[in-house]
Design a protein around this ligand. Structure first.
Ligand code: PMT
Length: 222
């Protein structure tokens, strides 16, 4: 689509969960299915963009015409995202549900059960979105925010703290919306405005989001 709102743009999108190993057979993860990020990738492709998807482990098909780099951990996600952005990127969209913490070490052998209680030391993971947004040559950067309360307040706080152009706030406390569902309801915030989208299918939400990003990208370029 050479005439779409993202014609000629290079887009990098993160999607899905990350998996943080505890030992050879166990990990910490979350319920992200990748559906939202894959829908954004397909919508960006339909809008004329060249799309690279940095994807955690999911069980859904890659949209035709989209290049995918599969990753497991948050550290992998940052590394592969940086490689993709280095290769040229006009727009970066972070839909992935990245684990904020990982086990301090991954045990070499399966951990045996012993005492009644055990604790697992965790350390902070790098933040892919914040790292990309802080680059001197940062692309137009859009984050997602999954919240269960005070959605608007946390979303606008993320917009400022992570230096984003837009943030897509997701109230994941609504049953049937957000994680691992086909539908979603979001509010998109930018520094001087906002727009509510949905409830609707993730495909429809992605199409409107991409159109909205297209309008703002042009404004940023003026
Ligand atoms: O995959 P689905 O089942 O379709 O579900 C979609 C979704 C609910 C996962 C998605 O719509 C969504 O809201 N994604 C963001 C989930 C999230 O973990 O948000 P957060 O508030 O923890 O993170 C804020 C932003 O920073 C996100 O853009 C996230 O990708 C990014 N981030 C966070 C931590 C980290 N270490 N690296 C990051 O890049």
């Amino acid at each position: 689509n050479g005439h779409g709102p993202l014609a000629g743009k290079r887009v990098v999108i993160t999607a899905g969960p990350t998996r943080e190993p505890i030992d050879p057979v166990r990990y910490i993860s979350n319920h992200s299915s990748g559906k939202m990020g894959y829908a954004v990738a397909a919508a960006a492709r339909d809008a004329g963009a060249t799309v690279v998807l940095i994807s955690g482990p999911v069980n859904i098909p890659v949209p035709v015409g989209v290049e995918v780099r599969n990753v497991l951990t948050a550290e992998d996600m940052l590394r592969e995202s940086a490689v993709a952005v280095d290769a040229g990127c006009d727009l970066f969209v972070a839909t992935a549900a990245v684990a904020d913490y990982r086990p301090e070490t991954c045990a070499g052998d399966k951990i045996k059960k012993s005492s009644e209680q055990m604790s697992l030391p965790l350390v902070r993971n790098p933040d892919t979105l914040a790292t990309i947004a802080a680059r001197e040559d940062a692309p137009f950067t859009v984050g997602f925010a999954a919240e269960t309360s005070d959605v608007a307040r946390y979303a606008t706080e993320k917009l400022q703290r992570k230096k984003l152009k837009m943030v897509v706030a997701n109230d994941v406390s609504t049953p049937g919306m957000g994680f691992n569902s086909d539908n979603n309801v979001v509010t998109v915030f930018w520094p001087d405005g906002q727009e509510a989208i949905g409830p609707d299918s993730k495909q429809q939400i992605a199409a409107r989001l991409v159109a909205l990003i297209g309008e703002h990208l042009d404004r940023a370029a003026d």
